[in-house]
Design a protein around this ligand. Structure first.
Ligand code: NAP
Length: 330
């Protein structure tokens, strides 16, 4: 039975990935923080049987120990500070945890491969944010890396290190992931903030959603689709970089409109949105939209859930939560 090691297993993507791999019969190991608490309980309720190990992104020696002990065939390095907004508050920590930590993972994987003479395949989730103020649209694997946020810069370092270790003989695939959402998206992200607020306004009959730049445009997909792309990239015979995206772009205002409509506030949706300068960022990529042609051709991957349905599923879940008919873990 193949063995996989996932960092960030308690996150949105980590949970879906653990479930997919377990369903395929893979032995799944994950790294969790000592204070994992509710996130660990939720994970175990969805994917019982995963083997959990304590560790922290900031402790590279610990990665080395874990990788040497677990001896995984596949390593998915999903742990990171994943919020662009938070990265502006903690730029140095973001550089360490979302950038430098990836190099420690690749080094541990490379040592394992050297010591055991068997292939260790790694997946690094790069981000569309590495493109920043992209000169071309849509963005693909050849688009110049030009981040405009601490998160984008940290992910760009990890992306380049993936290429460095690939050159050293390690199978490191990157998926350059455009935004992907689900009901498991944490509330600190603007998408889930919008869907949770839309559900609340629908139930209470009043309220506003305070947002920053309504015109920022993103390419939003469905998280389990993107996790599936990661698995395909790890198992592809040759490691490469793959843009994973829907190819459609929508503004934050479009997202809010779709969410409020789904919550039953159709004609009055604009009354429930306010622009608050507190949520504007020092710099922001204006438009990100991906061309996933390479992933389609080489991995046989395509998105299965489109924008309106992604938003709809999130709002529906938040309504169910408010009515006490769904658990957080769903
Ligand atoms: P997420 O929900 O924010 O999950 C982040 C994970 O990292 C959590 O399991 C978290 O653990 C863990 N983590 C954070 N700091 C840690 C630390 N110091 N030590 C150990 N673990 C730590 O992120 P996601 O949406 O699943 O994204 C997965 C990956 O894809 C990330 O690398 C992200 O940057 C990248 N990505 C995501 C998107 C997207 O739209 N979702 C787009 C592009 C790239 P706790 O539960 O303990 O906090």
């Amino acid at each position: 039975m193949p063995r996989a090691f996932i960092t960030g297993i308690t996150g949105q993507d980590g949970g879906y990935l653990a479930e997919q791999l377990q369903a395929e019969g893979v032995e799944v190991h994950g790294m969790v923080r000592a204070d994992g608490g509710d996130a660990v309980r939720e994970l175990l309720s969805r994917a019982p049987g995963v083997v959990l190990h304590q560790g922290d992104l900031g402790d590279s020696d610990r990665f080395g120990e874990l990788v040497a002990d677990i001896r995984p065939d596949e390593i998915y390095n999903l742990a990171a500070i994943s919020s662009v907004a938070y990265s502006w508050q903690e730029p140095v920590l973001t550089a360490r945890l979302s950038g430098v930590a990836a190099a420690a993972i690749f080094e541990a994987a490379w040592r394992l491969q050297e010591n055991t003479s068997r292939r260790v395949a790694c997946l690094q989730p790069s981000s569309a944010e590495i493109f920043g103020h992209a000169a071309v649209s849509p963005q693909d694997e050849s688009t110049p890396v030009r981040p405009v946020s601490p998160y984008g810069a940290a992910k760009a370092f990890a992306h380049h290190m993936a290429g460095v270790y690939r050159g050293r003989g390690l199978h490191v695939a990157t998926c350059i992931l455009f935004n992907h959402e689900s009901p498991r998206r944490p509330l600190v992200f603007v998408t889930r903030k919008i869907t949770a607020a839309a559900a609340r306004i629908s139930v209470e009959g009043s309220g506003v959603i305070r947002l920053g730049n309504l015109e920022a445009r993103r390419d939003w997909g469905w998280a389990p689709d993107y996790v599936d792309a990661m698995v395909r990239a790890v198992r592809c015979e040759t490691a490469g970089d793959y843009v994973v995206a829907t190819g459609e772009t929508h503004s934050v205002a479009d997202f809010a409109q779709a969410a409020l409509r789904r919550a039953g506030l159709g004609d009055r949706w604009r009354d429930h949105i306010e622009v608050d300068p507190e949520f504007l960022r020092p710099a922001e990529a204006p438009t990100l939209v991906g061309d996933a042609g390479k992933a389609q051709r080489e991995l046989g991957w395509a998105p299965t859930v489109r924008f309106e349905e992604v938003v709809g599923r999130m709002v529906d879940h938040d309504m169910e939560l408010l009515h006490g008919r769904a658990s957080v873990a769903q």
